[in-house]
Ligand binder design. Structure first.
Ligand code: NAD
Length: 470
């Protein structure tokens, strides 16, 4: 067991980082604490009986509005967890320059126990509780998916909000992560996993840092183990495999974990699990002792993408990975982190590594407020201009292009291209900012402290610009 609760752990990280800033105590206190905690209980009729559900929405910081953060459905949801996740959202938004404050929501529920229709009623009731207390709205607080929720739940929330706020022209911006056909954005579903991929790719680009780990630069050929093949873990896996040539040698899911030294094709594994309901028995793989065993496999990159506290004081000593990318929120406890840093492991912290989701949520919110798909105005214009340019160059040089080459040079960017490019740019810039903070202050020994210092300084500068602090 950890000595700290999840929220206390986040506070400890904050305090450790705050010591590297010269900011006034009052300001640090204001940044650290949670501004509003809404704890609710609501009844829903289930199979003829009334069941009472416990749920939360926490707004950690309103220094920028709206606040933003996912909604978690899990039977482990509690106030401390939602507060910790809301705080992480504030730091995450600051790191990736997303102009929101942090928030998070949660419903204490085991989703496997309820039918789709029951989940819809529970979600709609939760959404109406948020409306009732003004804890949702495009300029107020904008939820998104998290563990146990996805586009389906977001669509129910948007519909409930719109029904309760007739005529609100920006109603679609009250929630992000919606299906593309219902005011969502192309590239949102994959965004967190894609962001994790960019994060680890960036980290592996620095020769000095890789040398310290005994690794070469670049992702190609590096081995990876993933815990959790849900939204974040599955896209991290497929994109790392397809675009980074990473070899995934181990996977852990709820039902157990598997190892395959010559590489697991994640597309095939996902199809296998869909068909059989399990990763166990995947052709060519070895089944490990339990669902935590894969975490201890020797590999270059370990991606915990399930839930918090997965790497703790019990298993930290057995970790053999050189890099841990925190795709989940809070997967490494503070005690485990102390051990891992001693062992020389590079930990890419959650508040940066999984910020791809909120980054693309920001793009979706902008799309909703503009009421127009990205790329609609310029796609044809760009494409026509490139056609002219290519024709001119070919005429001048006397050379020719095949159809594929011509298409590549003359296509105009579509929504998904712009979203991916915006996400890539964001993750590259943020890593460079964090790394600079890390390298410029020799007393900062790890990327989590550097990320937190980087975030605190940005949030503080927002507050300082208000002129209320000396
Ligand atoms: P998800 O529900 O889609 O997937 C989680 C997966 O983890 C599930 O497949 C589940 O079966 C598996 N799992 C649960 N316990 C496990 C265990 N002990 N061992 C192995 N596998 C286990 O959730 P998600 O949206 O992918 O979120 C995962 C993590 O990423 C969470 O910590 C969440 O807060 C974080 N996150 C998600 C997003 C997002 O956009 N969805 C954004 C930022 C951070």
């Amino acid at each position: 067991m950890s000595d700290y609760s999840f929220f206390e752990g986040v506070e400890k990280n904050f305090e450790r980082a705050a010591a590297h800033t010269n900011l006034p105590d009052g300001l640090l206190e204001q940044i650290k604490g949670c501004n509003s905690v809404f704890r609710m209980k609501f009844p829903v009729r289930i199979n003829g009986d009334v069941e009472v559900f416990e749920a939360y929405r926490v707004q950690h910081s309103n220094h920028r509005m709206p606040t933003k953060g996912g909604i978690r459905y899990s039977d482990g949801v509690n106030q401390d967890e939602v507060m910790a996740l809301a705080a992480l959202m504030t730091y995450k938004c600051a790191i990736v320059d997303v102009p929101f404050g942090g928030a998070k929501g949660g419903v204490k529920i085991n989703t496997y126990k309820y039918s789709e229709e029951q989940l819809e009623r529970i979600t709609r009731r939760y959404a109406s509780e948020l409306v009732r207390k003004n804890f949702i709205g495009p300029g107020m607080d904008v939820p998104a998916p998290d563990y146990g929720t996805g586009p389906r739940e977001m669509a129910w929330i948007m519909d409930t909000y719109a029904a309760l706020k007739p005529g609100e022209i920006d109603a679609a911006g009250c929630v992000t992560g919606k299906p593309v056909t219902q005011n969502g954005i192309r590239g949102r579903t994959e965004a967190t996993g894609r962001g994790v991929y960019y994060a680890v790719r960036e980290a592996c680009n620095y020769e000095e840092d890789m040398k310290a780990l005994g690794l070469t630069t670049g992702l190609a050929g590096k081995t990876m183990v993933i815990q959790g093949l849900g939204n974040v873990g599955s896209y991290t896996g497929t994109i790392s495999q397809d675009e980074g040539n990473v070899k995934i040698i181990g996977v852990a899911e709820y039902e157990g974990s598997i190892h395959k030294a010559d590489g697991i094709d994640i597309h095939e594994l996902l199809a296998f699990r869909k068909k059989t309901g399990s990763i166990i028995g995947f052709p060519g793989s070895v089944t490990l002792e339990n669902n935590a065993s894969a975490l201890e496999l020797a590999c270059d990159i370990l991606v915990p993408a399930a839930l918090e506290n997965q790497i703790n004081d019990k298993n930290a000593h057995n970790i053999k990975a050189k890099i841990i990318v925190e795709a989940a929120n809070g997967p490494v406890t503070p005690e485990a982190e102390a051990v891992l840093l001693q062992m020389g492991v590079l930990i890419i912290p959650d508040m940066y590594a999984n910020a791809g989701g909120v980054t693309v949520s920001y793009f979706e919110w902008l799309k909703n407020l503009s009421h127009m798909r990205f790329g609609r105005m310029q796609k044809r214009f760009e494409s026509n201009r490139y056609e002219l340019l290519v024709d001119l160059v070919l005429k001048m040089t006397g050379k020719d292009l095949n159809e594929q080459e011509r298409n590549l040079l003359t296509f105009g960017a579509d929504e998904v291209d712009l979203v991916r490019s915006g996400l890539e740019e964001t993750m590259i810039n943020a890593y460079s900012g964090i790394r600079e903070t890390w390298k410029n202050k020799p007393e900062i020994k790890d990327l989590r402290t550097a990320s937190m210092v980087y975030a605190i300084q940005k949030i503080a500068s927002d507050y300082l610009s208000l002129g209320i602090w000396p």
